[in-house]
Design a protein. Structure first.
Length: 320
């Protein structure tokens, strides 16, 4: 009984340890799922922030380049218009110069005023030509600057395209993160439901564990009581052994006495049997004597009646 109780106690303790391991495993799974959700939410927040920053940077760069290009285009248009105006003025001056030259050819004599006017026209033409050349040079510089700006704009567009690719990549990652978060949310809801079920099962298991622990405590008390009883029984057994030894000694003594008494009884019985045998012999002898006495009495009576002394002598002379 003690061995069976110990075996049952060991099995229940192993069952309790298994329940505790299952509870710790379920708690670690819930904690790991919550950590995954937190990590995904942090990653999603970082991606959203980075996407907003890149979009703002790209929009700001594009806006600056667009304003600069617009200013350069306006300046270019103004210079082109001014250049066209100067070209027309130079053409007008050249036309006037040609007219004056024709007049000089047709007229045989030229006046000083006409010479001065021609010189003035030539000076103005030269000046306007220099101004036109300067404008063309400035226009060339402006074109080069505009080309450089166009290159910069193309680079900005390329960078914008790169930003856009990054934004699309981040958007894709964002979508993946949102999908992952939704999956995590679904998993978390399932885990929450499962956690509720686990908590219920855990509560039931804890109640069961408490019941088992109570049963174990009861069995421990019973085993302690049984152990105490076993100890008492051992002590009683030892005492009983001592008593039994004394009883055995006493029984042996009584047995010896009984054997002695039996021997005495046998001797007495032998004596009684011998006495009985002797008594029987004596009784037989007595009966024979009585018979003889009766016979003698009968004979005596006969003798008395007959009065024969001789017969009496013969009777007494017979062997007994």
């Amino acid at each position: 009984s003690v061995s069976r109780s110990r075996k049952a106690l060991k099995e229940k303790e192993e069952h309790i340890e298994q329940l505790l391991r299952e509870r710790d495993l379920e708690r670690s799974e819930v904690a790991r799922a919550a950590a995954h959700v937190d990590e995904a939410e942090s990653e999603l927040s970082f991606i959203k922030t980075e996407q907003s920053r890149l979009r703002l940077d790209a929009d700001e760069q594009i806006r600056k380049y667009q304003v600069l290009i617009a200013d350069l285009e306006n300046e270019k248009q103004e210079l082109l218009a001014f250049l066209e105006e100067e070209k027309r003025r130079v053409e007008d001056l050249q036309f006037q110069l040609e007219e004056e030259t024709l007049k000089d050819d047709t007229e045989s004599k030229s006046t000083v005023a006409n010479d001065l006017q021609v010189l003035e026209l030539e000076r103005q033409i030269k000046k306007e030509k220099e101004r036109s050349d300067n404008l063309e040079m400035e226009l060339g510089h402006l074109k080069k600057k505009l080309e450089d700006q166009h290159k910069t704009t193309e680079q900005a567009k390329t960078q914008q395209s790169s930003y856009q690719d990054q934004i699309e990549e981040l958007t894709h990652k964002l979508a993946q993160a949102e999908t992952k978060i939704k999956a995590f949310e679904t998993t978390r809801l399932e885990d929450s439901a499962k956690s509720g079920q686990i908590n219920i099962a855990l509560s039931e298991k804890q109640n069961r564990v408490k019941e088992v622990e109570d049963q174990l405590a009861l069995q421990r008390r019973e085993m302690s009581s049984m152990s105490q009883q076993l100890t008492d029984m051992k002590e009683e057994l030892m005492t009983s052994n001592d008593k039994r030894k004394k009883q055995d000694d006493y029984i042996k003594e009584l047995t010896d006495k009984l054997n002695h008494t039996e021997n005495q009884y046998k001797d007495m019985m032998d004596e009684i049997r011998n006495a009985n045998s002797n008594t029987a012999d004596l009784q037989r002898q007595l009966a024979a004597s009585k018979t003889k006495a009766e016979e003698l009495a009968a004979d005596r009576a006969i003798l008395k009646t007959r009065g024969s002394t001789k017969r009496l002598v013969e009777l007494f002379s017979k062997p007994s």
